[in-house]
Write a protein of this length. Structure first.
Length: 377
């Protein structure tokens, strides 16, 4: 598949940003494919028989919620058994990369019982990524409603995204894909394609969203391709995210209010088929440079910061899964600077990666017989 030529839209943010050292290193040709780390992780099967699991979220009572892309939300009980699919979800359009996607537990769950999830919602014109919420009471959902819908609907089965992160103020940041066939729309502030949006628990746009001229009220940032992992920095409260590039150009970014992350005018990826350049591959006024780029692609997925003593020497590291890379990737950070990378080969496509309340890292494998692994050392 080939993309069309990118239209030149004036970027929203015209402030020039300094090129970060890691991008300089990439341009200088330093190793983009480091050797696997000598230390190995031991995957312990916690659950199996999952149909293309997409996300896991832990509940305060020792259970967890797991989404299956085919449209099922299931409870993983403390004894390791899986519930039947929970009833009450809205209709899910399951096609290609789209279906039932991320799930997040409200930080005030003990008080309000709320859980949130994203999914491909069918409708006139195709589908789009939507955000729903419901109240979990025991093993049942109630008061289910869709609180945000990506606009416009698109006839596409690709690049639905998405990840949900609760920010410190209780609002939700949701990463949304460009839907592949509409990549230029990632630079149009008036829609939700290729954006992070920020909404409250009712789906309303907070008053302190950027709201620049012509910008949709919910938009937080723009110029994203296909967000597949996101996490809140435990010390700074910053929103970190990873997204897929085309034929290389996977990125790590700190996602900030009103910033433009360049896609498709600034990218280290290449057009499918022809391998030709898509946009600029260096500093460009008005666009944010990624903190880390992978060429060739590893297809990054779930993202987490390590705060556990289960992994000595890893505290403060950023870890992520890799679909194409079939690995756990650990990035050592110095502030916002990535100073080292190591890969732990797992031999399976990793769709989500989270740190559990017990301090262990948990990984979901992608596939018709997906598994939940606890990664022990």
């Amino acid at each position: 598949m080939r993309h069309g030529r990118a239209r030149q839209h004036a970027p929203m943010n015209t402030r020039s940003r300094r090129l970060l050292p890691l991008v300089v290193a990439l341009a200088a040709g330093l190793a983009a494919n480091p050797a696997p780390a000598a230390e190995t992780l031991r995957p312990v099967v916690v659950a199996s028989g999952l149909d293309h699991p997409w996300a896991i979220a832990f509940l305060p009572d020792g259970r967890a919620l797991i989404t299956e892309k085919v449209g099922r939300l299931r409870l993983l009980r403390a004894d390791g058994t899986l519930s039947a699919p929970l009833a009450g979800l809205p209709a899910v359009d399951v096609r290609g990369q789209c279906g039932l996607l991320d799930v997040a537990v409200d930080p005030d769950f003990k008080r309000n019982g709320l859980v949130f999830w994203t999914f491909a919602e069918p409708g006139d014109g195709g589908n789009s990524t939507a955000l729903a919420r419901g109240r979990l009471d025991g093993d049942k959902l109630s008061e289910v409603r869709t609180i945000f819908r990506q606009q416009p609907k698109v006839s596409s089965s690709a690049h639905c995204g998405s990840r949900i992160v609760f920010l410190r103020d209780g609002t939700l940041a949701v990463g949304l894909g460009d839907r592949f066939s509409r990549r230029d729309d990632a630079q149009l502030p008036g829609n939700h394609l290729g954006k992070f949006v920020r909404v409250d628990r009712d789906g309303r746009a907070p008053a302190d969203n950027p709201r620049a001229a012509g910008m949709a009220a919910e938009v937080w940032s723009l110029g994203h391709r296909n967000v597949q992992g996101a996490a809140l920095h435990p010390q700074t409260g910053e929103l970190w995210a990873v997204e897929h590039g085309p034929q290389g150009g996977d990125e790590v970014n700190v996602v900030e209010r009103g910033r433009n992350y360049g896609w498709p005018l600034l990218t280290y990826g290449r057009n499918y088929g022809s391998g030709t350049r898509i946009g600029d591959e260096g500093p460009r006024a008005g666009f944010e440079q990624p903190l880390k780029v992978w060429v060739p692609s590893i297809a990054p997925s779930g993202l987490a910061f390590v705060g556990s003593e289960r992994y000595p020497g890893w505290q403060g590291s950023l870890v992520l899964g890799a679909l194409r890379g079939e690995a756990l990737v650990r990035l050592t950070l110095d502030g916002r600077r990535v100073v080292a990378e190591e890969r732990h080969e797992l031999g399976a496509r990793i769709r989500d990666l989270r740190q559990g309340p017990d301090g262990w890292l948990y990984a979901l494998t992608d596939g018709a017989d997906g598994r939940l692994w606890r990664l022990e050392r």
